[in-house]
Design a protein around this ligand. Sequence first.
Ligand code: GLY
Length: 371
Amino acid sequence: MLNVVPVALGARSYDVRIGTGLIDAMGREIGPLLQRRKVAVVTDETVASEHLMRLAKSLESEGIAMTALALPPGEGTKGWAQFTRCVEWLLEQKIERRDVVVAFGGGVVGDLVGFAAAVLRRGVRFVQIPTTLLAQVDSSVGGKTGINTGQGKNLVGAFHQPSLVLADIGVLATLPRRDLLSGYGEVVKYGLLGDSGFFDWLEKHGPQVVGGDASAQLHAVTRSVEMKAGIVSRDETEEGERALLNLGHTFCHALEKATGYSDRLLHGEGVAIGCALAFELSQRLGLCSQEAPSRVRAHLKAMGMKTDIADIPGDLPDAEALLRLMGQDKKVVDGRLRFILARDIGAAFVAEDVPPDTVRAVLTQALSGRQ
Ligand code: GLY
């Protein structure tokens, strides 16, 4: 089972290869990119203990030497300290401009290592091997790289496209169910933002996707990547259409900040809740029918996902404070609230100047659902 999705970006075009057994085929897959038979792999300790041996064997079978660095797992790694460690390690390994760096892990590893590759010797090539559903359908594709700082998430980074993405859906079987459901939040996002037929399909087959059915997973990852590849090739640096990929994210970022980027709310969970709120907001603004937000919430609930603010454990600030956190989001342009709203399922658009009072009303109602 192998699907190939091209990301068309002129001289920087690359393929996203999606299938089973790609980790074991890594040596053969990466071989054509190499000018010397050596790669530097950066991963995290969890992925290293589960999958690094297989990667090493595959490279060895093709006569490719591997050197590897395993960073601590978790969002806390995505900051200056581990970034510096990664860049210095790559220099110690004598990685040169013609070499290839491999980012082997979830979104944290992909973003950090991609950024390290972007700045190392003014830019070296890198390959993404995403090991979470979230990274396979979103963060490994499109070249957004970066780290978090004390001021917020992803505030320092670069656009740096990978040379190849290998999404081995076999690794999804090793993910905890909560991580898989969190990644599914990003999958649903694609149906909601631009493909109502895909959303219909997810309503029927979503349980198979998170239940481990390989052909359902292949379809879900491939369709998501196709949509992302299309958007990225039309708007690489987010001058317009790419912003649609942020559906649900303005609410999500405020909720993530309010919960301290902790285990209380995973990113994909926040995206799912944020998508439900974005549809609610669209309905309140008279942009879509009541049926659309009801359908979004019904699907998330049927999948056993966090759907409402009420599903987030622990205390949360009030609507006013959440609104203030949204005001700090980097998607705010000239202090105006910018949201991705929808006219229907599969019909999202960028809305500038959304009235804060309506957002406040949506948040107040959502918070009142909490006991
Ligand atoms: N994750 C949103 C983007 O890549 O633009």
